[in-house]
Design a protein around this ligand. Sequence first.
Ligand code: SF4
Ligand code: SF4
Length: 501
Amino acid sequence: MPVDFIYPEYEVVRNDSRCTHCRLCERECSNGVHSYDEAHGLMLSDESKCVNCHRCVSLCPVRALKIVHTDHTLRENANWNEDTVKEVYRQAGSGGVLLSSMGNPCNYPVYWDKILINASQVTNPSIDPLREPMETRVFLGRKPSAIERNPDGTLKTDMPPQLELEMPVMFSAMSYGSISYNAHESMARAAKASGTFYNTGEGGLHKDFYKYGANTIVQVASGRFGVHPDYLNAGAAIEIKMGQGAKPGIGGHLPGTKIVADIAKTRMIPEGSDAISPAPHHDIYSIEDLRQLVCSLKEATEYKKPVIVKVAAVHNIAAIASGIARSGADIIAIDGFRGGTGAAPTRIRDNVGIPIELALASVDERLRDEGIRNDVSLVAGGSIRSSADIIKAIALGADAVYIATAALLALGCHLCRSCQSGKCNWGIATQNPQLVKRLNPDAGCERLVNLLTAWRHEIKEFMGGMGINSIEALRGNRFMLRGVGLNEKELQILGVRHAGE
Ligand code: SF4
Ligand code: SF4
């Protein structure tokens, strides 16, 4: 019988001279790490259950706790590192697929960090955003090639439906089910307060949130959970989810344990049943089929709402996007391989797809080459971490970006990567009522609004520094970017020059 004991990844360090045995850590930990030994008057720790979510560390009133990465080592080598060995042990023990959450954590190049932004010096003077107007508003959707006006100045051209954003950032799809009611409410309210949009994901729309419809993107995914005419008409736009960066080519799975009564009702499935969305849409096998669905959704909503098609960034993404642009879609959302998820097979998350930076640049160039760039807007997602990433994404061709992990961090997520367990100690990726109430939607909304406000200030500073006063003027303006430490091929795909050129 093989012995495959795996030493815990984290250790709980408790300062016994500080600990008052208040047992708060025991009450706060949904994983059952902490316990009290009455007989000996001691707090104990079962480190094998610790996911390093930092709940106990953050709340301990006397700062008696630290979670540290273990310095225990396996005998590793360059080929077999500790994680790889442990994963083989786990699979040999369980016979199951490894599951993870959040985005790809592997050591692939982060191109955002190899791209630098320009600033004006002497000529083309910079603009002071505190004293001069700076336009961060964007409109997403098909743009007519020319605008015609009637003699009285009113618009003659029939404008296609558009989404108007106060700044080029939206909250990406996260379903009610994968995240909590309070997390959804925080995002809905923050989207409304900030003049942007949040996205239902594939879980349908809870009746309580219909009032935020003007700031809601409703998603239609392969499982069609919660999709009905009222739902489609409740949102400001409809997103067809063809793929997701964290798990390209496969469907979704929300375990039955998370399908509690409210979620079952919203998704229109039985309580406690697994919500498994198929890998493909069973009515889409070609661009023509996609066009049918785009047209059906437009017809169902009287051609008043833009339709987004969301795809994962994969090898031939430029050709795929070209097809989508011809399907009648108004917006293409591209999700890079670092995009987050509530649950995905670890191997898929870590090995499938391509970086958003390369995908975005190649799609923008292809659509320009084909003269159809203004037929669609591009939304980039999958590892947008800061206002600097946003500026770089816009200059590489995005009209706007989706953020998700950054939004969850704003809500208190500590990136413990155990959303799939449903035991989120911060009340975000859970349906346990005791845990859900730990996230106060008032505070959540305020923190999200703060994050967007701060980024908007920074975006204006960046644009002012470049001597650019609107997002529209920055879109696809790759002269504003330079690469560092990139090879010729990477520079060519990104369409940027090397620093110093
Ligand atoms: S929360 Fe801090 S003080 Fe209270 S029992 Fe835990 S370690 Fe001790
Ligand atoms: S949402 Fe919760 S469970 Fe998921 S990574 Fe963040 S803290 Fe962990």
